[in-house]
Design a protein around this ligand. Structure first.
Ligand SMILES: [Zn+2]
Length: 273
């Protein structure tokens, strides 16, 4: 019963990654913003699509759902093998078959992939993330949508800095070795900003060279790990002296009272960067 899972990034649209989790036979995809690259990936690897997971309603995360479902039903010749589409209860997700709330569990590719739901408002108000605990040889994994990026975080389109700070605190409570499956390749530009905040962060400087080398050879910089992000991501370091000092200085030396106030300044700074 020890099915080992693989997780592959399917590059899509401008700079999205659609993550495909599979065991060599059954596959689920996370946030299919378009269908064509997913279909080619599944065909090339002889995989059967068994589910779709959605983190939030933005078009670049849901745009491929309808054509994937149509393609799937043409594959199974009308057999009624509808695949489930899981998504946040608080958002309008087309073709959703199950609406998820904090603490809900979903299982795929039984028994290997069991995911718990975290509500993480900030980027959008209904945004959710999916967390798989370590299990046998499987590492802990987080599918975090547009809440967290390597060395960055999502824009606050709908939520407040306090909401985002609390959402990121849920991630910070996960095991350090958690693999973080973010949905955009924004890493190099995020690192440029992170270095403006913390120019003397040695881990960040080392990561900058490493990430540039990865992009030069056209490799994804993801997944990252939570432990690594704790060292190099200013949005997860809003309680660290160098980030607090840089944010305060950026805010005309205003005294920042808590992590959420630091995050508010750093996020607004990044929006203008
Ligand atoms: Zn988004």
């Amino acid at each position: 019963m020890n099915t080992s899972l693989q997780v592959w990034p399917i590059p899509a649209l401008q700079d999205n990654y659609i993550w495909c989790v599979h065991d060599g036979q059954s596959a689920v995809v996370v946030d299919p913003g378009e269908s064509a690259p997913v279909i080619s990936f599944l065909q090339q690897n002889h995989l059967q699509l068994t589910g779709i997971l959605i983190t939030h309603y933005h078009a670049d995360h849901i745009g491929g759902i309808e054509s994937l479902l149509k393609w799937h039903s043409s594959q199974v010749n009308g057999d009624n093998l509808a695949i489930p589409v899981y998504g946040p209860a608080a958002e309008d997700i087309p073709f959703r078959t199950r609406a998820l709330l904090e603490g809900d569990q979903v299982e795929f590719i039984k028994p290997a992939l069991a995911l718990g739901v975290l509500e993480v408002p900030g980027h959008t108000l209904g945004h959710i993330a999916y967390f798989a605990q370590a299990r046998g040889t499987e590492p802990p994994r987080l599918f975090c949508g547009d809440t967290l990026f390597a060395s960055g975080c999502g824009r606050l389109f709908e939520g407040t800095p306090t909401q985002m700070s609390e959402s990121l605190a849920k991630f910070l409570a996960l095991p350090s070795e958690t693999l973080m499956f973010c949905t955009h390749e924004y890493t190099l530009s995020n690192i440029r900003f992170a270095l403006a905040v913390e120019p003397n962060n040695a881990d960040l400087l080392a990561w900058s060279s490493q990430a540039q080398a990865m992009r030069h050879s056209n490799q994804p910089t993801l997944p990252t790990t939570l432990g690594h992000e704790r060292q190099v991501n200013p949005f997860l370091r809003c309680d660290q002296a160098p980030v607090i000092q840089a944010a305060s200085q950026h805010a005309n030396h205003r005294q920042l009272k808590n992590k959420a106030e630091v995050l508010a300044v750093v996020r607004a700074w990044k929006d203008q960067f």
